[in-house]
Design a protein around this ligand. Structure first.
Ligand code: 5AD
Ligand code: SF4
Ligand code: FES
Length: 353
């Protein structure tokens, strides 16, 4: 049985708001969506799943996002910072495990000046010319983004979190603005980064219209990567009594994204693996083609607690590598250790990468 709505989305890569609403709110299209999303991902990327080594280098953050355990106002959070040498040691370990992308992620921590970030990026660039360097360190002035780029960073992850400005205001304190976040994303694109954006699924107060606004925003931005994951409650935040987002809706949104953005790099996220033991495998089968194994030193992993019960905190990097490879294979795909650049062209699978 073909599903007309799903086929239309696949063909036109777009639907009206009311058609999207039907797909998002009804579970009736889920099987057709998943199947179409997997076909489209295989046309473009084959069975490749790209690995990104994630280095969470600081748990300090000056911001106070209401949903996040690392928010400045959380006095119970344990804070740490990695030195340049510790970060380089993570890269060395990651390189040996086959990773060709390093993602430097952290809270917004003014301790790391632009000079320090550039120094770290330059050193990684010099040691690993064949690797992609991704930064995920939040909102900065355009000049800072330009400096990191000149130092050798190629990619930047900054989820827009929610495109609707009123909803943005419900998730963030008054000193943060959805407009500035969008400004950052446009600057990053103009400078020449491969840009990743994205949003949480099932965050407090989120409506279907908010999710449609997220899709519309992404259509304008045309990012290379789109990271989504379920919202998960953290016990020491103002949202401690809110409900988690669901696996079902997250998978549904992943499939919709694959059909709207066939070219995109879509991670099957740690958050998805946290709310369901097979969440990441299901994410891959629903259109995802990236996983981001943790490369942080084991001693600090538990402290990077953006939400409760985060997985992979007790494992060594090499254990995560093996574990993920098995999961990827059991889901029907193949872990690939190259840079995994975006494939915007329509020619599909050309080689055996
Ligand atoms: N649940 C799920 N995702 C979260 N993030 C932050 N806090 C939470 C939470 N409680 C996500 C945000 C941020 C990314 C690094 O982690 O989308 O951009
Ligand atoms: Fe800081 Fe990011 Fe957490 Fe917001 S989501 S408090 S910016 S680490
Ligand atoms: Fe980290 Fe399974 S991926 S332990």
């Amino acid at each position: 049985m073909t599903d007309k709505l799903v086929e239309k989305l696949r063909r036109e890569r777009d639907l009206s708001d009311s058609e999207l609403k039907e797909l998002i709110e009804s579970g009736a299209h889920d099987e057709a969506l998943r199947q179409a999303a997997d076909e489209v991902r295989r046309e473009r990327y084959g069975d490749a799943v790209f690995l990104r080594g994630l280095i969470e280098f600081t748990s300090y953050c000056k911001n106070n996002c209401l949903y996040c355990g690392l928010r400045a106002g959380n006095r119970n959070a344990e804070r740490y910072r990695l030195s340049k040498d510790e970060i380089l040691a993570c890269c060395a370990e990651g390189y040996a495990l086959g990773y060709r992308t390093f993602v430097l992620q952290g809270g917004e921590d003014p301790y790391y000046t632009d000079d320090m970030i550039c120094d770290i990026v330059r050193e990684i660039r010099a040691r690993y010319p064949d690797c992609a360097i991704t930064l995920s360190i939040g909102e900065k002035p355009r000049e800072s983004y330009e400096r990191y780029f000149e130092a050798g960073a190629n990619r930047y992850l900054l989820r827009h979190e929610t495109a609707d400005l009123i909803h943005y205001g419900q998730l963030h304190p008054a000193d943060m603005s959805g407009e500035n976040r969008k400004r950052c994303l446009r600057d990053l694109k103009e400078i020449g980064y491969q840009v990743g954006s994205g949003f949480m699924v099932g965050s407090p107060y989120q409506t279907t219209d908010n999710l449609i606004a997220d899709l519309r925003f992404l259509q304008k931005l045309q990012p290379d990567m789109i990271g989504i994951g379920p919202y998960i409650t953290h016990r020491d935040t103002p949202f401690k009594n809110e409900k988690n987002g669901s696996v079902e809706l997250t998978l549904r949104m992943l499939s919709i994204l694959r059909l709207m953005f066939p070219y995109a790099l879509l991670p099957s996220t740690t958050a998805l693996g946290t709310i369901d033991p097979h969440g990441r495998e299901l994410g891959l089968q629903s259109g995802g083609n990236v996983v981001m194994p943790n490369l942080s030193p084991t001693g600090v992993r538990e402290k990077y607690a953006i939400y409760d019960n985060k997985i992979c905190t007790g494992e060594e990097s090499a254990q995560c590598r093996r574990c993920l490879e098995m999961r990827i294979e059991s889901a029907g795909y193949r872990a690939v250790t190259d840079r995994g650049d975006v494939r915007r062209d329509e020619t599909g699978v050309k080689d055996d990468t």
